[in-house]
Design a protein around this ligand. Structure first.
Ligand SMILES: O=C(O)CCC(=O)C(=O)O
Ligand SMILES: [Fe+2]
Length: 352
């Protein structure tokens, strides 16, 4: 169900209410003269003395669907671009119906480390439980998702509040209503099971560079957090009908190294392909890959144990509302929100 348009003041009041329930520190509310917030050490390392590439004030992406404001990157777009690896093209890996583009890396360290820390600490995280064939499944990793399929768009933030929004540190990423791409009217309330969440600016900026490098466009970003080797994703392919024919999925790794294992769906004799994905690497699965191959991040426990934590950011294009519903069901769900604070994941008492 779509909420009615709200003013920035109403939105801030809403956040203030949610803040009381969330047992983690919250950024300060919008102020007319916000004090500069010191940049993280990693940002200084990347930027050296280039002051014009830093953002003097911490700003936040806001939207009524977010459980709390999501901080924008502490570095400018230009600085993020400077942190990309110099190679413009990745390595093409083609083997029958496997078609990959592999950037090793796509983002240089320490920019990849800055992104890792930023996303880990600023995004809302979920540990989704769902029913499948009469069984309760506990997703073995944290997830979150932003985006809206091609059939709709978010109305822009209300114009009359533009100056007010610009003056503060909390800036809406979109209006609250979801509009039909065809009729340009609000989408009926029963189309989306949960209100879709627009992509916050920190991920929008990243998406722009991934689009340039892969020559594709994306409208959905799914993010996974694997806290250690007990977390995993089982063999699957991202080939649902809501992704269209031969979908392109770009998958960026940040943080600890984990094995990405690919297996052919039917030709067992092909064996498996294993890629040790390091921080900043990006694998792009294209063409007939999803139709014919499964991919996974296997658990690493026992002899192969890892205690390293890793974030994975996937960029996709979803063509209809089924996709938006599927993604929010499996990546946000209806359980409590978590936030990474002072080195550990904290669960809130609310169901945002
Ligand atoms: O973590 C990864 O590298 C893979 C994630 C993935 O396959 C997915 O989210 O569909
Ligand atoms: Fe996948």
């Amino acid at each position: 169900m779509m909420a009615a348009a709200r003013s920035p003041n109403q939105i801030m009041a809403m956040y203030a209410r949610k803040k009381q329930k969330l047992s983690s520190p919250e950024p300060a509310a919008a102020e007319s003269n916000p004090a500069p917030v010191p940049l993280p050490a990693e940002a200084k390392e990347i930027l050296g003395q280039a002051a014009e590439t830093t953002r003097p004030v911490r700003t936040y992406s806001t939207h009524p669907t977010y459980p709390f404001p999501i901080a924008d990157l502490p570095i400018t777009s230009a600085a993020l671009q400077a942190g990309l690896a110099p190679t413009s093209a990745g390595k093409v890996i083609k083997k029958g119906d496997l078609d990959l583009l592999y950037f090793q890396p796509f983002i240089k360290s320490p920019t990849a480390n800055l992104l890792y820390k930023h996303l880990l600490e600023e995004l809302p995280w979920y540990k989704v439980m769902y029913l499948a064939r009469g069984m309760t499944i506990n997703t073995p990793r944290f997830t979150t998702v932003f985006g809206l399929d091609e059939t709709a768009f978010f109305e822009p933030p209300p114009n009359e509040h533009e100056d007010e929004a610009k003056a503060g540190t909390h800036i809406p990423v979109a209006g609250s209503r979801v509009m039909s791409a065809i009729s340009k009217q609000p989408v009926p309330g029963n189309v989306y099971q949960k209100p879709p969440r627009p992509i916050p600016r920190c991920l929008q900026e990243l998406k722009g560079f991934v689009e340039q490098a892969t020559n594709e466009t994306y409208n959905f970003i799914l993010v996974n957090f694997y806290a250690d080797g007990t977390h995993s994703i089982s063999p699957h392919s991202d080939d649902e009908s809501f992704l269209g024919h031969n979908p392109c999925v770009a998958s960026l790794s940040l943080g600890g190294t984990r094995d990405f294992v690919m297996k052919h769906k039917t030709k067992k004799d092909l064996g498996s392909e294993k890629f040790a994905l390091r921080s900043g690497d990006m694998v792009v699965m294209r063409g007939t890959t999803q139709a014919n191959w499964l991919h996974s991040i296997p658990k690493r426990t026992g002899k192969t144990q890892t205690t390293m934590a890793r974030i994975n950011v996937t960029f996709r294009k979803c063509i209809n509302a089924k996709g938006s519903n599927n993604y929010s069901h499996y990546n946000v769900g209806s359980g409590p929100v978590h936030r990474f604070v002072n080195g550990s994941m904290v669960q809130s008492s609310t169901t945002d």
